[in-house]
Design a protein. Structure first.
Length: 227
């Protein structure tokens, strides 16, 4: 399973979430830093933005997890987990399963592990990935990508290979910013949901569900067409 994104997903996700959290002026400054050598290694500092309670109003994490209809023993791979906004919630909702919290930024991985221990969540596995390999330790019932899809290059190849990391009934959930959203990355960096559907079809998937309750993002769930 490959992620052909440069730079690593942690930095890309950090940039996206930073622009969501900041004013337009500050976001423009953040973008200029991103095109240079801005560091995203201070996970504790980024957690103030990623895990800001104000995010809940538009991210609706509880509703998202309910819509995924996960079993209590599900194995979930949160690709680009950042500081664990969704990963820790998944762990609470699937006490008999495991959450593979994947990130390429070493400080994010360290933070994820420490946060899981601090919160007593023994079912969270923090995985240090490489840009081209998330290094999943087992097959997943769900691969979950929030604000990550538009950062992945060679997506058809990537998602074809991703099928090898899914259980027989495994699914892929893609949440990303709509083209008309007032939040998120610059419009030129976004991918419309119809394009996501076409690319996933080309990669060998069919659309299972589409949810419209998120104010700023689309929410698509796929499964491999051959299963």
């Amino acid at each position: 399973m490959l992620i052909n994104a440069t730079p690593g997903l942690a930095a890309l996700l950090a940039f996206t979430m930073a622009t969501v959290a900041l004013s337009p002026t500050t976001a423009n400054a953040a973008q200029s830093h991103h095109t240079g050598h801005h560091s995203f290694s201070d996970a504790a500092e980024w957690a103030k933005k990623f895990d800001d309670p104000k995010r809940d109003a538009w991210q609706k994490p509880h509703e998202v997890i309910q819509a995924l209809k996960l079993g209590p023993n599900a194995v979930i791979a949160d690709i680009g987990a950042g500081t664990g906004y969704f990963a820790m919630r998944f762990a609470h909702m699937t006490p008999g399963g495991r959450v593979l919290a994947v990130d390429t930024e070493p400080d994010m991985v360290k933070y994820l592990g420490e946060r899981a221990r601090r919160e007593g969540l023994k079912n969270v596995v923090a995985l240090a990935a490489e840009p081209g390999n998330p290094k999943l330790t087992e097959k997943a019932d769900l691969v979950f990508l929030v604000d990550v899809y538009h950062h992945i290059d060679s997506r058809e190849k990537y998602f074809r290979q991703l099928q090898q990391s899914l259980k027989p009934d495994g699914r892929v959930a893609v949440i990303d910013f709509r083209m008309d959203s007032p939040e998120g990355p610059p419009p030129a960096a976004r991918i419309a949901p119809d394009r996501v559907k076409k690319e996933m079809l080309a990669a060998g998937y069919v659309l299972l569900e589409e949810h419209a309750f998120l104010p700023n993002q689309y929410f698509l769930i796929f499964r491999p067409a051959t299963r």
